[in-house]
Design a protein around this ligand. Structure first.
Ligand code: C5P
Length: 236
């Protein structure tokens, strides 16, 4: 790939320009980070696994009517996607308590929530992506009220679809993070990726972790774990 066209070099992905103004390439790297970059490693083939897993999920969501940035898969690590201005928001849904929610609230781990919790964080590495609410987002001009409402509604729909999808793989969708962007024609689209990097997935029977927590907590082999998620998807 022509490195002169590199537009953005992120923790786990890169963005490249194309000849078309409104289309860019999203490239999956083998890097894994945790704790806002405090922990960093590389795992050969991780980018390919996440790209494949995310591709299957984005196709499933698109078929169900979700607008996404994905145009087409170019190879095993690259997607052609619609250029979209990404809202500086990490949009998180929690179905079962764990992670930063338990650290913040003292709530016990593994509590199945009566209703999903919808959270937003302000994407800002320097300040550790602080948790904010609707009022902050509007007052800080991160999105409009209408955009916020659309993002929230779409996210809760996506949660239901993903929960059902993973349950068929005998996995519980504990929580996940997604991102949205706005295209040149003002359409709000699901962007970034949905993979074991950005979701927590627990086996229904054993509660074994099938996500990046194996890296965050040093409790398993990341590549074998992600391969096992993909195998469940391919065998379903
Ligand atoms: O760490 P926390 O409990 O807030 O994470 C909630 C969910 O969001 C997890 O599925 C985690 O993988 C995801 N997440 C992410 N990127 C971040 C922060 C959280 O994908 N920067």
């Amino acid at each position: 790939m022509d490195s002169t066209k590199l537009l953005y070099d992120g923790k786990a992905k890169q963005i490249y320009a194309t000849d078309k103004e409104n289309e860019i390439i999203m490239h999956y790297k083998d890097d894994a980070t945790a704790g806002n970059g405090a922990k960093h490693d590389q795992f050969a083939g991780k980018g390919i696994l996440n790209h494949t897993i995310s591709g299957i999920i984005f196709d499933m969501l698109a078929e169900a009517g979700v607008k996404t940035h994905l145009i087409k898969k170019l190879n095993d690590r690259d997607d052609l996607v619609r250029k979209a201005e990404i809202f500086p928001l990490e949009v998180i849904v929690r179905n079962i308590t764990t992670g930063s929610f338990c650290k913040r609230t003292g709530c016990r781990e593994g509590l199945v929530l009566e209703t999903p919790i919808f959270e937003i964080s302000y994407k800002n590495d320097e300040y550790g992506d602080p948790l904010i609410n609707e009022y902050h987002a509007l007052a800080m001009g991160l999105c409009t009220l209408e955009e916020y409402a659309e993002i929230k509604e779409e996210t809760l729909k996506i949660n239901e679809m993903l929960k059902e999808f993973f349950l068929r793989l005998n996995l519980k969708l504990v929580d996940f993070k997604i991102e949205f962007g706005k295209t040149e024609n003002g359409e709000i689209v699901l962007a970034d990726e949905i993979s074991p990097d950005s979701c927590r997935l627990w086996d229904v029977d054993t509660n074994q972790k099938y996500d990046k927590d194996v890296f965050r907590q040093d409790i398993g082999d990341l590549i074998e774990t992600y391969k096992a998620v993909l195998a469940r998807m391919e065998n379903k």
